[in-house]
Design a protein around this ligand. Structure first.
Ligand SMILES: Nc1ncnc2c1ncn2[C@@H]1O[C@H](COP(=O)(O)OP(=O)(O)OP(=O)(O)O)[C@@H](O)[C@H]1O
Ligand SMILES: [Mg+2]
Length: 523
């Protein structure tokens, strides 16, 4: 066969392809579109999501972590624009933050657009297609972050087939949910709200419970890792794994709000407020007496100290073995008197170690306490903990404070500490703080102390001191003794790096930054 016949042959095949492609109604068969146009494998629940968009005006997806939510939302956007007549379809997407819009949804839209050779051009958050008359271009898809929303921002979208996508829908502001309804008002319009149920109220939860929405649930148990559904390796690699689900069960506990939402894809339930770090129920179970504590003079006695600044109370809590022992608190404007009080209790209670939060005012008190105990030839070790520092488990905890509170949560869940020594007020301190998840894999942050104070009516100082007494975490990095650093350091003006020492400088105390941190010292 000569070259001319070959060219002719492939031209005929191309034309035949074009003709057959025109005949395929991809709008009616999204899975086929994904396979043939995007050359992509979508797993069964992802297919269900796309088919639900085809068949229902409103689809809400309640899914576990890493189940391919964002990926299928991007795929749906591409399918929608490619399978409807040019100029008749429009896609609008949003998510709680700009990076979520740009770096997650639209990055994948751009990738699919390129790899499938879809028409038009796509940038970070916009898709333009040639107009039907071939004379110009028109906007057919946009990603909007919530701050770009104004009353008129979504007006002027008059396409026949509108698809609105809310990714991480649980965090999308209420006002955008309302705006969505007005854009997608015709019968051919579709809304996809896809997210993880790490909230217990709001429009996302309402949608999950409403008959107006077709709800699709994707828990770990539905995913290929659990069912054995065959998927290509590259798809399986991105999705939730058996190991992760198993590890989370141990780390978070099956009853935790985190496990329910991130692994099971369920809206958390079971407690008055499932986002309390330590539930009232768990704390109540720990109010048993540990008889060993009273009978064993040899038991290890450790103290936890929360230093109150500017006349606020300083609290020292005794831990004897696994039990809460004595608690003392005192308020004094003079930090040296606070140190005197602490020394008195440490000696009277026979503590072998005290842990003290050195963030803020605690820094100066801790240094002086160590010095005084040394002068008095005390055997008590002063261990510095900086709640503001990064945790030794940075993927799980935002900071050491989160790690210490989580430790308290674990002790409560497993009844591994005896809280009989706490009164109701102290139990309230322990059970008031809430936690938040700061990333999709479940990294934990504890509510700000100021917010807790507002709800509790006082600062949870006893709880903080208690947690310190029981905290043997990896993140309790020893902060250098400020006076030792002072003696060893070269002299130079301070830099912002003083925060490595656990907080702002204490008036009257030198600011010391070891040379290893690139800092020097000043008064
Ligand atoms: N059908 C698929 N084909 C190829 N890759 C996929 C597919 N589905 C998901 N992935 C990949 O798996 C990973 C997780 O998917 P995705 O980010 O969509 O999950 P998610 O449920 O949105 O996760 P998160 O809980 O973090 O929001 C991503 O790298 C994504 O590209
Ligand atoms: Mg996602």
């Amino acid at each position: 066969m000569d070259a001319y016949s070959l060219d002719l042959g492939s031209a005929i095949i191309d034309q035949f392809d074009d003709l057959t492609r025109e005949k395929v109604d991809y709008a009616a068969d999204p899975a086929r579109w994904a396979a043939e146009r995007a050359k992509m494998h979508i797993w069964s629940k992802q297919r269900e999501v796309m088919e639900s968009i085809r068949d229902n005006r409103r689809t809400v997806v309640r899914a576990c972590h890493s189940s391919g939510k964002s990926h299928i939302a991007s795929t749906a956007a591409c399918w929608w624009l490619d399978s409807h007549p040019p100029g008749e379809a429009f896609v609008l997407s949003t998510a709680p933050t700009a990076p979520q819009v740009r770096a997650i949804l639209w990055r994948t839209i751009g990738r699919i657009h390129r790899s499938a050779g879809l028409p038009g051009r796509c940038n970070q958050t916009e898709w333009h297609m040639p107009t039907a008359d071939g004379q110009g271009e028109e906007l057919v898809g946009i990603g909007r972050k919530p701050s770009e929303h104004s009353e008129g921002a979504f007006q002027g979208i008059h396409a026949r087939y509108v698809l609105v996508i809310l990714d991480e829908a649980q965090g999308v502001p209420d006002v955008l949910w309302h705006a969505t309804e007005s854009i997608a008002s015709n019968n051919k319009a579709r809304i996809l709200a896809i997210g993880n149920p790490d909230v217990t109220s709001g429009p996302y939860v309402d949608a999950c419970k409403s008959e107006l929405w077709n709800e699709i649930h994707i828990g770990y148990k539905h995913t290929p890792a659990a069912t054995g559904e065959p998927v290509p390796e590259e798809v399986a690699d991105g999705l939730i794994s058996q190991e992760w689900a198993h590890d989370r069960k141990i780390a978070w506990g099956e009853d935790s709000a985190l496990y329910q939402s991130k692994v099971l894809g369920e809206i958390p339930k079971g407690d008055i407020d499932p986002w309390r770090v330590i539930s009232e129920e768990d704390a109540a179970k720990c109010r048993y007496k540990d008889t060993d504590y009273e009978d064993d003079p040899e038991a290890v006695r450790i103290g936890g100290i929360d230093v109150g600044g500017g006349g606020d109370r300083t609290v020292i809590v005794e831990r004897v073995g696994i039990a809460v022992g004595r608690i003392a608190s005192f308020s004094d404007r003079d930090p040296m008197k606070t140190v005197g009080n602490l020394v008195h209790h440490i000696e009277e209670w026979g503590l072998s170690k005290v842990r003290i939060d050195v963030a803020g005012i605690g820094w100066g008190v801790a240094g002086r306490l160590r010095e005084v105990l040394k002068e008095r030839h005390s055997k008590c070790v002063v261990q510095y903990v900086n709640f503001a520092n990064k945790s030794g488990q940075p993927k799980r905890f935002l900071n050491v404070r989160a790690e210490a509170w989580w430790n308290g949560r674990e002790l409560s869940r497993t009844k591994a500490w005896s809280l009989a020594g706490l009164d109701d007020d102290a139990i309230a301190e322990l059970t008031m703080p809430r936690y938040e998840v700061v990333d999709s894999s479940g990294k934990v942050k504890i509510e700000k102390k100021d917010d807790i104070r507002e709800r509790l009516g006082r600062s949870p100082d006893i709880a903080d001191a208690l947690l310190l007494a029981f905290f043997d975490g990896t993140g309790n990095a020893e902060a250098p003794d400020p006076r030792e650093a002072y003696r060893n350091a070269d002299l130079q003006r301070p830099t912002s790096q003083y925060s490595h020492f656990g907080g702002p400088p204490i008036p009257g105390l030198p600011i010391a930054i070891p040379t290893s941190l690139g800092g020097r010292l000043t008064r």
